[in-house]
Every structure is written in C-alpha cells, then in structure tokens.
Ligand binder design. Structure first.
Ligand SMILES: [Fe+2]
Length: 343
C-alpha cells in the first residue's frame, strides 16, 4: 500500500540505531507500513524469541542500503510490487537464497528464479465498475479497448508501477504489436487524462465522471472500512469489483514481498524470518491483516476480500512480467496514454 505516503517521514518512522542490534535481532528495511507488518512480526518473535527492528522508508531504500555498503545493518527488505523487488535485485542490495522451506511454501511464479526476492501476498489488478451504470457480467482486459466503453474509463498514470506491470503482463500474453493496438483502444476510451491514485478512480465513478476504473483489490477493502475518511466508503459503495482475465489466463496479480539483504549481519535469523513469513501461520495472519491474498495456494483471504468474488490468478511468472517493463513504459509514451483521450 505504497501510495499511503507519509511526507513527514521521508527518512524513518522508527529509529534504527546502527550497531545497537543484538545477535538475536533481525533488522528490517521496509517500504511496507509498520502497522501492517507488526502483527506478523510479533508472531515471529513469539515463536522464535528473535526480535525485529523495523526501519520504515517511503523512498530511497535501495540507495540507502547501497550507500551503507558492507556495514549495512539491513537483514531483510520488505516491499511491494515486482518493480521494487527487481529494483532491489538490480541495485545489488540483495543476495540469493535457496531455502527448501521457502521454496516449498511460495509458488515458483511468485519468486525470483535466482532467489533474490519472494512474494508474500498477492493483489489483483481489477476493474472497478459502476454499480449503477455497468451491467453485471464479465469484462476482460481485452474489453477495455472495446469502443462500447468510449469515454467511460478512468485510470491513474500509465507510467505508475501498477499499470506498467499490467501492460507488461499483456505483452507477455499478446506480444508487443497486439498490446499496443489494445493500449490505443484503451486511450481512446478514456474519460479524462490519467490522474490520481487507484482510489481516485472509484471516487470519479461515484461522482459520475466515468463508469469503469482500473485498480488494485486491497484499496477496495481500505475504502470500505475507512472510518477516518468515511467519504471513501461511498466511493467503494459506488463500485463493484470485476475480475478481468486474459484469454487462456487469469487476473493479473502483483505481490508484496521480501528479500534477504546482501550483507545481512544476522543472516541465519533473517532466513528464519523469511521462512516464517512464508509459513501457513504467517500467511493466515497476513490474510486477515491486510486486504490482500495469501500466496499459499488454497488459503482463503479475509471475509472482506472474499466479498469481491473469486480471484483466478494469472500464472505468468512475475519475473517474466518484470522483463517487459521497459517495453511497457516506452509503449505508454508512444501511445500517449497519459495525454488522455484526445490525440
Ligand atoms: Fe498501493
């Protein structure tokens, strides 16, 4: 849930005093919100006696570990999105982990073939459809380019990680030429220039500005249960989640995940933490805590998430999707997606 940025916390939420960690403490550098991961970390400590220290960052995590170099206290990296996981790997701040427990718990399509990152929870990239103005029934990713939706689609920037991953998945399924034709069709169907975050697309639907939005599943849960900003409940109430699929495939999913830091000073305990995060117990806690899906096959999500309907995840490996990112980004520019519907 990276878009819940806290501008005041450019650096850290919980001070991690370098060198203060004992041998029985795992140091976590996290892009994930502390309150989201606390329950699962508490369970880890209760089971193993190993403590955790969390350094929460909202940007510059890879750069920080790289700058700290061989003396970095980082043991484990927690983050969201395949783009950030691969960025950490490409920045050289992770190390390979070939662990039988972790590999048995996490399906191959949700982890790096070289063991540099591991998916822990899944989120679907789905359609938010107006309850009032869109008839019930399936809508595929291909349908988003159907002229019948002209002027009806809202989305955030095509250059955002979440949309780049979706377009990368489309390239994986359809190839570049067909994906580009599709993206031109999506652009022609836009109601307005891509703008805002995923939740803003639900807001726009509630306001009648468009009928169909593209967004991640967990934001729907966050809006439905938002007591701090009850207006968001109205946005959620205006939409229905539709799980689009690729032909011969499923719904595009991305992950939150973990990586073992390159110079992990407490490597053994860090591996224990990653093993724990992949375990049935941790996956159950995660499923209840965040509005995401466990990566453990067959483990049910929370009741709120179940209410969206059934997710049939696409099986295209995330590592393959990540390889198409540059092509996707160039395509977004070529098509002028972020210019909006007018050409
Ligand atoms: Fe997010």
């Amino acid at each position: 849930m990276t878009s819940i940025l806290r501008p005041t916390i450019a650096a850290l939420a919980i001070a991690l005093v370098s060198g203060a960690a004992s041998a029985q403490t795992v140091n976590i550098y996290s892009y994930r919100q502390p309150d989201l991961i606390k329950p699962v970390l508490d369970a880890f400590t209760a089971e193993t006696g190993i403590k955790t220290e969390v350094l929460f960052l909202d940007k510059g995590l890879e750069e920080r570990i790289a700058a700290e170099g061989a003396n970095s206290p980082a043991d484990v990296i927690l983050t969201v999105d395949i783009a950030r996981l691969t960025k950490a790997k490409d920045a050289g701040v992770t190390q390979a982990l070939d662990d039988a427990t972790v590999n048995a718990n996490i399906p191959a399509e949700y982890r790096d073939p070289q063991g540099h990152w591991f998916g822990l929870t899944k989120r679907g990239r789905v359609i938010y459809a107006s309850k009032e103005r869109v008839a019930e029934g399936p809508i595929s990713y291909a349908d988003l380019a159907d002229p019948k939706y002209k002027g009806k689609i809202c989305m955030r920037s095509g250059q955002h990680d979440y949309n780049l991953a979706l377009i990368s998945a489309a390239i994986g399924h359809w190839g570049e030429a067909k994906t580009e034709e599709w993206l031109k069709g999506v652009k022609a169907n836009l109601a307005r220039k891509p703008d805002g975050g995923d939740r803003d697309q639900a807001k726009a639907i509630a306001a009648g500005e468009c009928d169909i939005g593209i967004g991640n599943t967990y934001y729907v849960g966050l809006m439905m249960t938002n007591d701090k900003d009850p207006e968001q409940k109205e946005w959620a109430n205006a939409i229905r989640v539709v799980f689009p699929t690729f032909e011969n495939g499923g719904t595009h999913v991305n992950v939150s995940g973990a990586a073992l830091a390159k110079n992990a000073p407490h490597r053994d305990d860090a591996v224990k933490l990653i093993e724990f995060l992949s375990s049935h117990k941790a996956q159950q806690i995660y499923a209840e805590q965040v509005f995401e899906y466990p990566v453990e096959p067959g483990l049910a999500p929370s009741e709120v998430v179940k209410s969206f309907g059934e997710l049939k995840s696409d099986t295209l490996p995330l590592a393959d999707i990540a390889k198409n990112r540059k092509a996707a980004s160039e395509m977004v520019d070529r098509v002028g997606l972020d210019d909006g519907p007018a050409s």
